[in-house]
Design a protein around this ligand. Sequence first.
Ligand SMILES: *Cc1c(COP(=O)(O)O)cnc(C)c1O
Length: 478
Amino acid sequence: MVLENAFDPGAFRASGHQLVDLLADYLERIGKDDTPVIAWHPPAQAFERWQEAFQPGAGQGAVGPLLETVLAESIHLHHPRYMGHQVSPAAPMATLASLLCDWLNNGMGVYEMGIVGTTMERILIKSVSGVMGFGDTADGFFTSGGTLANFTALLAARSSKAPGKIWEEGAKGPLALMVSEEAHYCVDRAARIMGWGSAGVIKIPVNDQFQMRTELLPEYFEQAKTQGITVVAVVGSACSTSTGAFDDLEAIAAFCQANNLWFHADGAHGAALAFSQKYKNRVRGLALADSVAMDFHKMLHVPAVTTALIFKEGREAYHTFNQRAQYLWAEAEAEEWHNLAKRTFECTKLMMGLKVFTTLQAHGYGFFDETVTRVCDLGLAMAALVNAHPHFELACNPPCNIVCFRYRREGQSKAATNVLNQKIRQALLEEGSFYIVQTQLHGETWLRTTITNPFTSIEDIQNLLNKLEGFANSIELN
Ligand SMILES: *Cc1c(COP(=O)(O)O)cnc(C)c1O
């Protein structure tokens, strides 16, 4: 009976309708009532609460009450005062595609297990690479997040540029990549996973706007050579996670071209600016990269995780994993776009293409243009408000929707300013009316916001600053 109940169409229909109604009501009211952005619970308390709630027993059938509680107790990305980490509120229509994607459970590793998803993916990659400025030879795929996309790109870089047959024989000597010291930690992690160690990540210092000092590339490159280290790639951040700084992609491309290095652009967050008529100039040079990673779940409202990895020369991706899997493919060596697992790290993989295809089919590229432009405009407007305020200061001039700033008392030491801003952030987290995060820049604490919800207003941002100032005034430092 349990099995029959689990697959009962009537029960599914009832719970499904309930959930959709719940979500539509939520969308109508979120931000208009007094629901906080986050209902903060310390980890131990949350664990205890959910441990108590976990009562599988004989099963309770209906999932409505459970899902309603999860919705109520989760952080609300659709709340206009959510301004924290970079993930964007999911486009409602796209989440319907997510439901279907989960329902179908198509694995996508082999063509037969995902005919529609695989084909959509191909069409989207071609279309999006065109928007980025790539030519006809560009190709790629969707993969599970920017972290994995960057890792996969660096594996391809290694296959392409390392001496010898690395896949069969391993590395002949120490290898390395060069990347700005402000890059996302996953680049560092990727190099270490490949066994390159600390010396395998050559960190290039940044300027006062947190961009890679590309004029230093030759010097660091020569230094590595002297130490017997073979540099295979340079990773440009477009943009970096902490501050939203865009490296000079054209300069990196020229350096890579001159030295036969792979150029990977980590555009997990910022490559989406290519969709904005107003801001696309910030990512000029993107199509000079050998590979580009771009998250659709960061600025583009596609449910997580959905990341495109695009190669300037699509064929390069077939050399990343020179592996045979006879049970999967009749022709292991053939370059078949339709058997995705030949190029992806994953075997079973979500139908990510369906989520993007549905989003674009429903709203068009204009949706991406409008939302990216709007949140970048808001980021710049926030910077102006911070600048005009006597007690707040900016870490740098934000080029997009990521803004780092802090509260500073007259004559206060740096150490005390760090503690004060940590306390302000913690007070806000526990109060919950806004959600922002913090970051460390050159060892100092800064408050960090990502305006990721296009329905955040200037008034919301002004109210955030007022709220933070209120906390600052009530915090005593000893
Ligand atoms: C978010 C981000 C990543 C990691 O992407 P995930 O999708 O979270 O795995 C990598 N690089 C940059 C620059 C990012 O902003």
